[in-house]
Design a protein around this ligand. Structure first.
Ligand code: UDP
Ligand code: MG
Length: 326
């Protein structure tokens, strides 16, 4: 299991206890081997998150491992850092948030589906009873808008998913810097299915995704997976050109009929409207140029500072090194 953690000191105790309990159940059921590990990825937390992970690992190395990133790289990069670190030493990895919003009880079914031959198992929220109206509304509109924009995403699926080693290997071939995992995984393909669960309230602590981050995440998702906004600009430009022909005709008619000065208000409105539209369109194009800029630089998406585990270093894939080389 790979769990990204950013300032999660309040919830880690409970999360680790719940996962440990689940681990024992799963081994008893024969769904996982005793060589499985719960890997917490510390995404540059400023609180005592890493100390807690270090303690968990030293007390029970047979259950818990830890990856320390050199700085805060963001949720998506933290998940990827974890996945790439364990890729070579696992048969499958499940990613889950640290706050217990994803249902730990759904893991059994995910593993059963995996043993039936599914390479990807998506955890899908069947209900959002515990989310605020605002969160539910913005999140659901986001999925709908993504679909409308032509990006293939699994409706109401976030980053609670199981991926097989095979899928992880293919994922490692996606070198993009602007990560949007829930758009990338469906692109990989393979046999997949969904497991439904009820999304819960955060067990403790606060959301690390304020509105500002949510908007930038949504913009990133759309501009990383769809060029429809650019086509929309072209269409808008075409429409405005057609409209300007009518405006011309109207202007001439007005001039010859002698009431040209009446046009002042409409002129003023169109300057504002067209100015605004132009800036908006420039902004959209800018989003894409910004993306190209980041991709061209091809900076490492994350840097692993430490990997606490009990498996011996010869087994460990050090993605930090690999990332730096490419
Ligand atoms: N997270 C992270 N890096 C960040 C922000 C968040 O690793 O920069 C982790 C966080 O610790 C949690 C997960 O991403 O495990 C999802 O964050 P959160 O629960 O705050 O988001 P929400 O559920 O409110 O959308
Ligand atoms: Mg959460």
């Amino acid at each position: 299991m790979v769990i990204p953690c950013y300032n999660e000191e309040e919830v880690l105790g409970e999360t680790s206890a719940r996962l440990r309990e689940k681990y024992v159940q799963l081994t008893e059921k024969g769904l996982i081997s005793r060589a499985s590990r719960i890997v917490f990825v510390n995404d540059g937390s400023e609180d005592s998150t890493w100390d807690i992970i270090t303690r968990l690992h030293s007390e029970e190395p047979g259950f818990f491992s830890g990856i320390d990133l050199a700085h805060n790289s963001g949720h998506q990069n933290a998940v990827l850092a974890g996945l790439m670190s364990v890729m070579d030493i696992c048969d499958a990895a499940i990613t889950m948030d640290a706050d217990l919003q994803d249902d730990v009880e759904a893991i059994d079914e995910m593993l059963e589906r995996f043993h039936e031959g599914n390479q990807v198992v998506y955890g899908v929220r069947s209900a959002r009873k515990k989310d605020s109206f605002f969160k539910k509304f913005t999140a659901e509109s986001f999925y709908k808008f993504m679909r409308l924009m032509g990006a293939e995403v699994v409706y109401n699926h976030a980053d609670f998913r199981l991926m097989s080693k095979r899928v992880l290997k293919e994922l490692s071939g996606f070198k993009e810097v602007n990560l949007f995992l829930r758009g990338m995984v469906p692109l990989i393909g393979f046999k997949s299915c969904s497991v439904y669960y009820e999304r819960k309230e955060r067990a403790a602590g606060e959301s690390k995704y304020p509105l500002r981050k949510m908007i930038s995440f949504a913009v990133n998702g759309i501009t990383s997976f769809s060029t429809k906004p650019l086509k929309f600009i072209t269409m808008l430009g075409f429409f405005m050109s057609v409209m300007s022909v009518f405006a011309f005709i109207w202007a001439f008619v007005a001039k010859f009929c002698g009431f040209a000065e009446l046009g002042w208000s409409s002129l003023l409105c169109s300057i504002w409207l067209i100015g605004g539209l132009q800036l908006f369109c420039l902004g959209i194009i800018g989003e894409y140029i910004g993306k190209i800029y980041a991709e061209v630089k091809h900076r490492p998406r994350f840097i692993v500072a430490d990997f606490l585990n009990d498996l011996g270093t010869e087994f460990i894939n050090t993605p930090g090194e690999d990332e730096k080389r490419t």
